[in-house]
Structure formats: structure tokens, C-alpha cells
Design a protein around this ligand. Structure first.
Ligand code: ADP
Ligand code: MG
Length: 296
């Protein structure tokens, strides 16, 4: 596959259907993410298979699916930290990895070493490092950006606290401050609302909502279906293959849910209950489903 954006012959308007030939350059400019036929994995085991996906700029997207379904893998591909085995990953109009300075990536909370001796302020300032270059010291602008980010996440009065001394919710806020301080065009957040208190969840989602209304793009993984349905305008159902993509109201249907979670889904008294088995990651059968509304 090549990256010949300028000379692409196809000017179709079928956003969400990259597999039928990419969109024209004018459509391209409005896309934050384009995956076409992406297969990727680890040690010869595929974690994602033939995933094609287009996410417009300004989207607030939840990637949901069972544990092991490839959510974190998808974020790593978009962040440029993992090379696909085949297919194309474009981010902010460039091949993945080119626009690292415009991306804020927050990994799953469990992966962070909390014993590392840094303050909340230090964590937020890390968001400025890509702009500083290796030997430059922070300027007044950098300090102002950190200050503003800490205010926005409600952590300004905890700036001197050691990160290891904070609650889970406070840590999540500090790492969101790092992301905001980076002033990114794209947020990639791995399980940001998992295991934090409801107030932090609500604050975090309100922040992402306002950021995306400014034209930035936010992509968060979650295995919490309720969070995906309630808070995100667009959802991507992922179980090794892409099962569905579109507005949450359309994608979160019993059909897509059972394809995403396999047999691990119960409908009880009109309520859908997901039994998320950590070892379940069968590929969904059949092709993926792309859902469209006139106004998303
Ligand atoms: P999710 O985030 O949806 O739980 P992941 O993307 O983390 O899923 O994992 C998808 C699959 O890839 C799983 O089978 C997982 O065991 C495997 N996997 C993830 N990371 C690695 C890794 N670093 N090395 C080997 N296998 C991995
Ligand atoms: Mg994960």
C-alpha cells in the first residue's frame, strides 16, 4: 500500500468505507484517523484483522469491546508505537508516527509506575516536553499552559503532591492535565474512565466534550458499555475485527453487541448485560457494519 494522497484518483464521499478506495483530498483534510485493511499483532499472533475505519476530526469516540479485543492495540497503532503487518494507518493526514507532537497519548493506568518520584506539576509539564526539545528549559508560556491545564482538571491546589500519594481519580486528572498541557489535536486515552469515581468520570468527559467541540479529536477505549453509550457521540465496536462504527444510538444495538461480545451477552428485562470474559476474544463473524446518520 502507498501513501499517495495528492494523486488519489477517487473522490467518493463514502466516509467510513476506506476499503472501497480512499476519499479525495478534500475529504482527507477532515479526517483525524484513517485505517485501511489494517492487520497487526504481536509475535505472529494477530490482535487486529483487516480493520478499516475513518474518524472525522472533532469526533468524540469510544472504542469498546471485550478484554483482549484489540482496543489498546488500535491506540498503539494510531500513536505510531506499533507498526501494522499490513494496511495503512494515517493520522492527522500523515502516516502514523509523523505527527507525534500533535498527539497526547495516555496509557492504561495499570502500566504506570506510581513509585516514580514526580509531582503533579512535573507530570503536567511532561506534556510540554515534545515542544521543548532535549535541552531547552520551560518558558513562561509552558508554565502558563501547565497552570491552565491543572486548573481545568481541578488539580491546581495539588500541584506539589507526589503522584504516588494521590487517589486513582486524582492521578487520572493529573495525566489528563499532561495531555491538555500538550495542546494536542488528537487525544488517545486508554481506559480513562475505568476504575475512577463518578465525579472524575463526569469531569473528564465534560473536558473531552469541550475539547472536541473546538475541533480536536478524542478517542478513548472503554469496556464500559454504559459509558460508551452515555458519553460518546461515536462508537467503534471492536473484537479483533471491526464489528461496527457510527453514532452510539445506532451501533449499540443487540445485533452489534452480540457480535462484539459473542455469547457473553445477556438481555434481561430489556436491559443488555455484558458478561466480559477476560479470555474471550473470538473474532466476530461476518463483515463489519458502518452506521451513518445525517448529523452525528
Ligand atoms: P484490549 O485493550 O482490547 O484488552 P489488547 O489490544 O491489549 O486488547 O490485546 C489484544 C491481544 O493482543 C490480546 O490477545 C493480548 O493478549 C495481545 N497483546 C497485547 N499486547 C501484547 C504484547 N505486548 N505482547 C504480546 N501480546 C500482546
Ligand atoms: Mg486495553
Amino acid at each position: 500500500m502507498t501513501h499517495e494522497h495528492e494523486h488519489h484518483p477517487d473522490h467518493g464521499d463514502h466516509a467510513g468505507h476506506a476499503e472501497h478506495g480512499g476519499p479525495g483530498a478534500h475529504v482527507h483534510d477532515t479526517l483525524a484517523i484513517r485505517l485501511a485493511g489494517v492487520t497487526a499483532g504481536y509475535d505472529h499472533r494477530a490482535a487486529l484483522e483487516d480493520v478499516s475505519l475513518e474518524i472525522p476530526r472533532g469526533s468524540l469516540v469510544a472504542i469498546f469491546g471485550p478484554n483482549g479485543g484489540g482496543k489498546s492495540t488500535l491506540l498503539k497503532l494510531i500513536a505510531g508505537l506499533l507498526e501494522p503487518w499490513s494496511g495503512v494507518v494515517e493520522v492527522l493526514g500523515q502516516p502514523a508516527g509523523r505527527e507525534a507532537k500533535r498527539i497526547a497519548y495516555v496509557t492504561q493506568a495499570e502500566l504506570v509506575d506510581w513509585s516514580f518520584p514526580v509531582s503533579v506539576w512535573d507530570v503536567a509539564m511532561m506534556g510540554r516536553y515534545p515542544r521543548l526539545g532535549p535541552w531547552r528549559r520551560p518558558t513562561g508560556d509552558d508554565r502558563a499552559a501547565v497552570e491552565a491545564a491543572l486548573e481545568r482538571v481541578g488539580m491546581a491546589d495539588r500541584r506539589r503532591s507526589q503522584i504516588g500519594a494521590l487517589s486513582g481519580g486524582q492521578r487520572r486528572r493529573a495525566f489528563l492535565a499532561r495531555a491538555i498541557a500538550a495542546a494536542p489535536d488528537l487525544y488517545l486515552l486508554d481506559e480513562p474512565v475505568t476504575g475512577v469515581d463518578v465525579t472524575t468520570q463526569e469531569d473528564l468527559m465534560a473536558l473531552l466534550d469541550s475539547e472536541t467541540k473546538l475541533g480536536r479529536t478524542a478517542i478513548a477505549t472503554t469496556h464500559d458499555l454504559a459509558a460508551a453509550a452515555e458519553h460518546f457521540r461515536m462508537v467503534v465496536a471492536l473484537n479483533r475485527r471491526l464489528v461496527g462504527v457510527g453514532p452510539s444510538s445506532l451501533v449499540l444495538s443487540p445485533d452489534v453487541l452480540s457480535a462484539t461480545y459473542g455469547g457473553h451477552l445477556l438481555v434481561l428485562g430489556g436491559k443488555t448485560v455484558v458478561l466480559d470474559d477476560a479470555h474471550h476474544h473470538d473474532a466476530a463473524s461476518g463483515g463489519d457494519q458502518h452506521y451513518h446518520e445525517d448529523h452525528v
